[in-house]
Design a protein around this ligand. Structure first.
Ligand code: AMP
Ligand code: GLY
Length: 422
């Protein structure tokens, strides 16, 4: 088979790495890919936003299956475009992708289907938001309705902060059109967990739980980032919690999408909070998680290509997933200054040495290579991912590998997976 992966980050590297292990795959392309991804795939210089060129490339090369990493091309209708031309692609169409690209659609879906989530209010006019904020209890969570690259959400501790942010979103348009409508949510507490399901209409294959670490600093302090590390499985998801998630959240979401006449095909990500009242949905994403995909692909034993193909053929429901015993963990090494501004082009040492360790893979998120020298090229630079007999073992191994890598200003969290060991 010939495969095409769309994207260039750590998540796409993990997908490419896993796909490359399938004996059925003869050739993998990645658009645009990266120097790290180039070890397993031929990189094609087409950006993720250039949907017509991606479709032309897939048609010309007779790609058997395309997998899309990031949300933006899905929200922009890449799946609709490929389907129009009869090119096989794994992902939701534009209307189904609204489960991520419109928070008000997602909240409405949850309300109609009684899916547990925080209470919420939707505002299209700033003066209505302002009068609501004058009368509500704090903290509250403010969310831009549309896609804002993970930056459109803030927990506001008081009225002044909430009003300033609401004004910035709705009047000053700091997130452009994405912030024209604002969703206010009740504040929830608890551990967060990520569940990714492969979905094809009614059929669902749920991957094992994982946990992201969104804040920049140890102890969940500091600003939100794209994710500083992840591990799987998550001991906080006990068997009864798992059953509730499946019965009260996953199944009603999938059925709800069918009833909306937006049947879901592709990876569906449930960002959950395990609150004292049970698991509640924080958000949906219309794609695989980043960095959750890195530890998940290291643990998944089943051939990913078989699963993706079963989704397209309508046989996903028969799929049995098998996993390597133990656990896996990914520690993200970020540029100094991330998620704010940071330098690029700094030389990196030790990547090969870390990669050579047993059961360790360095997934590249933002690197370049020239004259045999790796250099930084993004906020999140690499995700050092290790598998072990359990979380403690995987963690020791990952941090041992991290010690081999260095670049100026390199920073990372030292407590990835720590919650699982309490
Ligand atoms: P979202 O993009 O909607 O997942 O929000 C990003 C992050 O903000 C989440 O991962 C949570 O850490 C936090 N968050 C979002 N909604 C809430 C909420 N209702 N209560 C508490 N924290 C929240
Ligand atoms: N890890 C969070 C996300 O993929 O959105």
């Amino acid at each position: 088979m010939k495969m095409l992966v769309v994207g260039s980050g750590g998540r796409e590297h993990a997908l490419v790495w896993k796909i490359a292990q399938s004996p059925r795959v003869k050739k993998i392309y990645c658009a645009p890919g990266s120097a790290g991804i180039a070890r397993q795939a031929e990189c094609v210089d087409i950006s993720v936003g250039d949907i017509p060129s991606l479709a032309r490339f897939a048609a010309k090369e007779s790609i058997d299956l395309t997998v899309v990493g990031p949300e933006a091309p899905l929200a922009a209708g890449i799946v609709d475009e490929f389907r129009k031309s009869g090119i096989p692609i794994f992902g939701p169409d534009r209307r189904a992708a609204e489960i991520e690209s419109s928070k008000s659609f997602a909240k409405g879906l949850m309300r109609v289907n009684s899916i547990p989530t925080a209470a919420y209010w939707v505002f299209d006019e700033y003066n209505q938001l302002e009068s609501f904020l004058k009368g509500t209890k704090y903290p509250v969570v403010l969310k831009a309705d549309g896609l804002a690259a993970g930056k459109g959400v803030a927990i506001c501790g008081d009225r002044d902060q909430a009003m300033a942010l609401g004004h910035a979103m709705m009047t000053e348009k700091v997130f452009g059109e994405a912030g024209r409508r604002v969703v206010v949510e009740e504040f929830m507490t608890g551990q967060e967990v990520s569940i990714i399901a492969l979905v094809a209409g009614d059929a669902v294959a749920v991957l094992e739980p994982s946990q992201d670490h969104k804040q920049a600093n140890d102890g969940d302090e500091g600003p939100n980032t794209g994710g500083m590390g992840a591990y799987s499985p998550v001991p906080a998801v006990t068997e009864p919690v798992w059953q509730r998630i499946e019965r009260d959240i996953i199944i009603p979401t999938v059925h709800g999408m069918n009833r909306e006449e937006r049947p879901y095909f592709g990876a569906l990500y449930f960002g959950l909070m395990l609150t004292p009242a049970g698991p509640q949905v924080l958000e949906y994403n219309c794609r695989f998680g980043d960095p959750e995909t890195q530890p998940l692909m290291m643990r998944l034993e089943t051939d990913l290509v078989d699963l993706l193909e079963a989704s397209l053929k309508g046989t996903l429901g028969d799929s049995a997933l098998s996993w390597h015993d133990g656990a896996s963990i990914c520690v993200v090494l970020a540029s100094g200054g991330y998620p704010g501004s940071y330098k690029k082009g700094l030389p990196i040492t030790g990547i090969e040495e870390a990669d050579e360790m047993e059961d360790v893979v360095v997934f590249h998120a933002g690197t370049t290579k020239s004259d045999d020298q790796w250099r930084t090229a993004g906020g999140r630079v690499v995700g050092v991912t290790a598998r072990g007999s359990g979380i403690a073992d995987a963690r020791d191994r990952a941090y041992e590998a991290v010690k081999k890598i260095a670049f100026e200003g390199m920073r990372y969290r030292t407590d990835i997976g720590a919650k699982a060991l309490i």
